[in-house]
Design a protein around this ligand. Structure first.
Ligand code: SF4
Ligand code: SF4
Length: 345
């Protein structure tokens, strides 16, 4: 097993050793892939295949309607102003169509809509079903790391936090996001509004990016700025790891998935802890690290078993010893418990 000289590497720049041992690309490839994916999704919604976006430019108010209980009417407004062009993706992250044919719907918006008394059309239900199926395969929180635009902001905040060596950590339960999720559904039911969409910074900032009109007075822009600052000075991963009900909802979709992160080369781990330090949900790696010896002795290849894992691939990127990789669930044992169960052949 390789030994690391702890003094050689800066403890705030987790990937220094990985860059030295594997090269820059191997230490950043999934980060780059995620950014490309997030930016491409925004561009697919923002740019028509043909036609000029003139209606949106001349009618900003209609292009960025306030979300109210009549959410589906708002989507219709967006359709109205975009009907004269051909789009790869039309709509927003909450509700969209691929090439004006395949519907896609956010399941959290669907649940709020349902309890608020709004019925979806058959194609709307199909769209939600497709999204649920997709995230049940790749893991619900893959939405966070490969789709959500706020993730770019919170990753940037984490980077600033590292550079400034800020270590303070507000004490806040990770369960808070599930309470907020429950409250959002309850408020939707009582007031018959799609409650979280009234303030959701994800769809808010996405609308600003896609439809334009980016101003500091906009509630989504201001809220995103607050998230950025709070993530730097409040606690590591404060928003995504503790408060965001959308991430919480998607983690519920990822209880049993096909795609996992596993540690096939766990015997090469030299305890540098870079994976643990960079992971946005570090508790998911704890059982693997804690019980490393047992897994090696019993020839178990452990996989991350918690649905909080965003499949971001940062642990793969930053590990200098190439311990981690993406994996298919049926091959290895997903680990949730802090004490390993009996040997898996
Ligand atoms: S936790 Fe919420 S804000 Fe963060 S990446 Fe996931 S969906 Fe986006
Ligand atoms: S375990 Fe790896 S893939 Fe999962 S959230 Fe942590 S760093 Fe990302």
């Amino acid at each position: 097993m390789n030994q690391v000289n702890p003094k050689k590497y800066n403890s705030t720049l987790y990937f220094e050793e990985a860059v030295e041992k594997k090269g820059w690309w191997q230490s950043h490839r999934f980060l780059i892939l995620r950014r490309l994916c997030q930016i491409t999704i925004i561009l697919l919604f923002a740019l028509p295949i043909s036609g000029v976006n003139s209606v949106l430019v001349s009618n900003q108010e209609e292009a960025s309607p306030d979300l109210t209980a009549i959410f589906l009417d708002n989507l219709k407004n967006e359709d109205d102003v975009r009907n004269d062009q051909l789009w790869i993706m039309k709509g927003t992250l909450a509700n969209s169509e691929i090439l004006s044919t395949v519907p896609m719907g956010d399941p959290f918006v669907f649940v709020q809509s349902l309890v608020a008394g709004n019925l979806y059309t058959l194609s709307g239900i199909l769209g939600v079903g497709l999204v649920v199926l997709l995230y049940m395969i790749v893991g619900g929180r893959t939405y966070c790391s490969f789709v959500c635009p706020i993730n770019i902001v919170t990753d940037a905040a984490a980077w600033v936090r590292r550079q400034l060596k800020i270590t303070n950590q507000l004490s806040l339960s990770k369960r808070a996001r599930f309470y907020i999720l429950g409250i959002a559904i309850l408020v939707s039911m009582i007031f018959q509004v799609i409650a979280w969409e009234l303030i959701n910074p994800i769809t808010g900032i996405f609308r600003e990016l896609v439809f334009g009109g980016f101003t500091i007075t906009n509630i989504a822009v201001s809220l995103t700025l607050v998230i950025f600052i709070a993530d730097i000075i409040g606690a590591a991963n404060l928003w995504c790891g503790h408060l965001c009900p959308v991430g919480a909802f998607y983690s519920l979709l990822g209880k049993k998935t096909v795609l996992y992160i596993s540690a096939p080369k766990i015997s090469a781990c030299d305890d540098c802890m870079d994976c643990y330090k960079v992971c946005p949900e570090s508790h998911v790696l704890k059982p693997l690290i804690q019980n490393k010896k047992i897994y090696i002795e019993e020839s178990i290849i452990p996989s991350v078993g918690f649905s909080d894992c965003t499949r971001c691939g940062r642990c793969i990127d930053v590990c200098p010893e190439r311990v981690f990789s993406y994996d298919i669930s049926t091959q290895h044992s997903p680990i949730k418990q802090s004490k390993p169960k009996a040997k898996v052949s």
